[in-house]
Design a protein around this ligand. Sequence first.
Ligand SMILES: C[S@@+](CC[C@H](N)C(=O)[O-])C[C@H]1O[C@@H](n2cnc3c(N)ncnc32)[C@H](O)[C@@H]1O
Length: 289
Amino acid sequence: VEAAAVTVKSEFSNTRSIYNLTHRQITGTAAGQRMREYLWSPFGGYVGQLSWATRGQIEALAQAAGACPGTRLLDLCCGTGGIGLHIAKTFGCQLTGVDYAEDAIPVANRRARRLGLADRATFVQGNVLALPFPDGSFEAVLSIDSLVIVPRRWKVLQECARVLRPGGVLAFSDEVCVGPVPRDAEILRAINVYGRLYPETPQTYHRLLEDAGFKVLGCIDTTASFAAISERWAASYDRYRKEMIAEMGPALFNAGRAFFDTLGKQAREGAIGQIRVVARKDSGPAMAS
Ligand SMILES: C[S@@+](CC[C@H](N)C(=O)[O-])C[C@H]1O[C@@H](n2cnc3c(N)ncnc32)[C@H](O)[C@@H]1O
């Protein structure tokens, strides 16, 4: 694990380049596609997710965010667009996706055209710490398993509040610390191999959301499914080992396998978890009559 992690770190100097590489590899290779179809088969199927959210969980979050025809929905950290396009197709909403991985954006826009959704689904490159949209542009903001990668969570939540119109809904799933932070160096290296993680706890998230002007409508713990999906990721790496190593190289393969295996164990031990949160942007003070 240690050797693989060190090699990966020196080969890919920052989180964005690691995601660029991952997005290219997922969409560009037949083995990556086969592995993901196998991985997601017991969880409702593969809709293009690079995360721990099942099709049912994605649809439930989109529904909680109020996705329906006419709604303008923003998918934060959209990757290659699979999740957003699945939502746009299922709920008939207008979709904008944003991600800072420049290689993911043309892939996502091509997928939108191929699915006949280009008139209501657009993907743009941008950093969630400074969203490239005017105030009040969306009724709903959604994000799946990505905010943990972004430092300065308060700033991201402020940006979400800014681009939502009053009364708009933020719905997301994210990885959090649910127990003492692991201290073992090998565990920390394995977990942070795709770039440094900045996990909140459910309690600190609650406070940050309120500080950013949100009212939390619901927060549920989805750690059990996070653990099962992490284990399945690791098992899928094993099953497609030869093909994946041929395409990714041994360093990235070993690092990826160790990442999912370690997350699964940490989730079972009650250290790392996942939550699903729905929050509404305050409508502001009532108008004096
Ligand atoms: C774990 S992937 C999840 C992608 C997608 N939400 C899904 O569930 O399949 C995390 C994504 O966050 C993006 N990302 C990380 N930091 C970002 C930032 N500061 N601004 C925009 N995108 C970011 C990465 O490029 C990557 O596509």
